[in-house]
Design a protein around this ligand. Structure first.
Ligand SMILES: *Cc1c(COP(=O)(O)O)cnc(C)c1O
Length: 225
């Protein structure tokens, strides 16, 4: 990519509806590059790993108006640390984890914003609720009063056609609407966290309110580290 982070952000931002929140996925990206994105106007950053996020947040303490989003699978034993580091957790992927976060949020006196990760199609490589599993757990999720359950998050399986990817996003939107119609007291599913570098345009078309972009902003990650 020959253009600068700054130019890429400006160009993508201008192609998005104003209502879509652009989350810059900064996993494996050094703090200096995060700073460049910040200077280009980004205030939402997504990280996958607790320790990596802790290190970078330390280096970026002076940027006090960043909102940090956890987008990677969270192990229960790191739940407390996650709540200390992140305002949003997009990757709540099972009832036990939700209940654990709820209990910790009560103890810490906070009310974190979370998305429930769903798998519209079966995908052995990803965690998350299937649709029937999620519908079955709603009563208990609704009891997690210390969580602000505000959205659904999804990642389509690899290898789908564009139409199939769009269908996954559209079905996620339909599922959110179905849950909203049930009028739960503590489930307010007004956000859809969906769309990555390769498919965000389809996600936006299907109603995404938060897109998570890494590669297209920061360039290829070095997977050999
Ligand atoms: C890495 C990651 C992204 C960003 O992916 P890109 O293809 O680099 O845009 C988005 N969401 C999740 C959950 C990720 O793990």
């Amino acid at each position: 990519m020959s253009s600068s982070i700054d130019e890429r952000i400006t160009s993508i931002r201008s192609s998005l509806p104003a209502s879509v929140r652009l989350i810059a996925v900064s996993k494996q990206v050094p703090a200096e590059a995060i700073r460049l994105a910040y200077n280009a106007g980004i205030r939402d950053f997504g990280e996958s790993r607790i320790q990596e996020a802790a290190t970078k947040q330390e280096q970026l303490q002076d940027l006090s108006d960043i909102t940090w989003h956890l987008i990677g699978h969270l192990q229960s034993n790191k739940a407390k640390k996650a709540l200390e580091l992140f305002e949003w957790i997009h990757s709540v992927d099972n009832l036990k984890l939700a209940q654990r976060l709820n209990q910790l949020a009560q103890q810490l006196g906070i009310s974190p914003k979370v998305c429930l990760q769903v798998k519209i199609l079966p995908d052995a490589n990803k965690s998350g609720w299937s649709v029937p599993e999620l519908l079955a757990d709603l009563t208990e999720l609704n009891q997690c009063k210390f969580l602000q359950i505000q959205g659904l998050m999804t990642i389509p399986p690899l290898g789908l056609s564009e139409t199939e990817i769009y269908d996954v996003f559209y079905s996620t939107n339909q599922l959110a609407q179905e849950i909203q119609l049930q009028n739960w007291s503590n489930l307010h599913i007004q956000h859809l966290s969906m769309g990555m570098s390769g498919d965000y345009q389809l996600a936006v078309k299907a109603g995404a309110t938060m897109i998570r972009l890494g590669t297209i902003l920061f360039g290829d990650r070095n997977y050999n580290k």
